[in-house]
Design a protein around this ligand. Structure first.
Ligand code: HEM
Ligand SMILES: *[C@@H]1O[C@H](CO)[C@@H](O)[C@H](O)[C@H]1NC(C)=O
Ligand SMILES: *[C@@H]1O[C@H](CO)[C@@H](O)[C@H](O)[C@H]1NC(C)=O
Length: 326
């Protein structure tokens, strides 16, 4: 019947739209690889453990890599892509994110181990491997462990220009930080918890020299600490020098970050402002006082960070090499 076929066509196209968009919007799940690659978590964990034995830098480098990946075009390993053939990739953005090589290396090594298992070969995304490795480095430095949601697909683009305006800057105030994190559905509490990632890792002197060589010195900075920073970082910035961001327990993932803020020992303006600004101070005090409260908030915030603009279902692909498009 003539009247029926356009109706059927309509139904069919409606289903096509709905069915496809429902796979595209597929949720991440903790057991995504249960049948596809059941041992993926232990494979990644072993690589991460071995890599940490070689260098501690693995820990901050991997953690920061995940954050930068998620904030630019979602958690899709686009940050891993190397510039090639005239395309300047995210990792080479002029903002100079100075992402340490050991984060990239961790993911590439873990991917190689995963792909050695026939069943797993080319089935696990670089984005998921980065998410797992990040959980592992946090746990292996004394931080909270948490179940990682999986099923991300790898992105098909990576451009330096897409980075502009997406990442927070060390000079940002609370409004700017809140706006940036809120644009990824992360609350002020999430933002405060995540900022404590600065409990591990290093910063180059140029990122905070404005605070210690201004006249007067940044009044929110502890005077004793300012003097120590001046001793470590000459006025004429030496780009080779990087210092511990948490001077008290630099290699431990703990809540010392918040205790430092209470003493005026936040390294960046964006760190110290969390205590200086009355709107966020109470949360800082809570996390400084209770490691458990901080760990719970951090794990929850990492899970939310891991959902930012993810590609799932038939979006993106599974990259064969993490640093190059297929
Ligand atoms: C809230 C706003 C944030 C700002 C303004 C910021 C800024 C910075 C800056 C300027 C550095 C030093 C880079 C260098 O000199 O090499 C740094 C390092 C680092 N950031 Fe952040 N960050 C922020 C949030 C985060 C978040 C949410 C995470 C992770 C969840 C993170 C993880 C790290 C790590 C681990 C390092 C040390 C990297 C290393 O040692 O290789 N940051 N950050
Ligand atoms: C980028 O970082 C490298 C290494 O930290 C440094 O040598 C270089 O001068 C930086 N470039 C810019 C434009 O800041
Ligand atoms: C500055 O830091 C020291 C520890 O380095 C601490 O004893 C002191 O109370 C801090 N000063 C302020 C004003 O918080």
């Amino acid at each position: 019947m003539a009247a029926k076929s356009p109706f059927l066509l309509l139904l069919l196209s409606l289903c096509l739209i709905l069915c496809f968009s429902s796979t595209a919007n597929a949720q991440l799940s903790q057991n995504f690889y249960a049948k596809i690659c059941p041992n993926v978590e232990s494979i990644v964990r072993n690589v991460v453990a071995n890599k940490i034995k070689q260098t501690f830098v693995t820990i901050p480098a991997t953690l920061r890599l995940f954050f930068h990946d998620c904030f630019v075009q979602g958690c899709d390993a686009s940050v891993m892509i190397a510039s090639a053939g005239g395309n300047t990739a995210e990792k080479d953005h002029e903002d100079n994110m100075s992402l340490a090589g050991d984060g990239f290396d961790t993911v590439i090594k873990a991917k190689a181990e995963v792909d050695k298992v026939l069943q797993c070969k080319n089935k696990v995304s670089c984005a998921d491997i980065l998410a797992l490795a990040t959980r592992d480095v946090i746990a292996m430095s004394g931080g909270p462990s948490y179940a990682v949601e999986l099923g991300r697909r790898d992105g098909l683009t990576s451009t330096a220009s897409s980075v502009t305006g997406k990442l927070p800057h060390p000079t940002d105030n609370l409004n700017r930080l809140n706006a940036l994190f809120a644009s990824h559905r992360l609350s002020q509490t999430d933002m405060i918890a995540l900022s404590a990632a600065h409990t591990v890792g290093f910063s180059h002197c140029g990122k905070f020299s404005n605070r210690i060589y201004s006249n007067p010195i940044d009044p929110t900075l502890n005077k004793t600490y300012a003097k120590e920073l001046q001793d470590m970082c000459p006025r004429i910035v030496d780009p080779r020098i990087a210092i511990n961001m948490d001077p008290i327990t630099p290699r431990k993932f703990d809540n010392e970050y918040f205790k430092n803020l209470q003493k005026g020992m936040g390294l960046f303006t964006s760190d110290q402002v969390l205590f200086t600004d009355a709107r966020s101070r109470q949360t800082v005090n809570t996390f400084a006082q209770s490691s458990t409260a901080f760990f719970n908030a951090f794990a929850a915030a990492m899970t939310k960070l891991g959902r930012v603009d993810v590609k799932t279902g038939n979006q993106g692909n599974i990259r064969i090499r993490c640093d190059a498009f297929n």
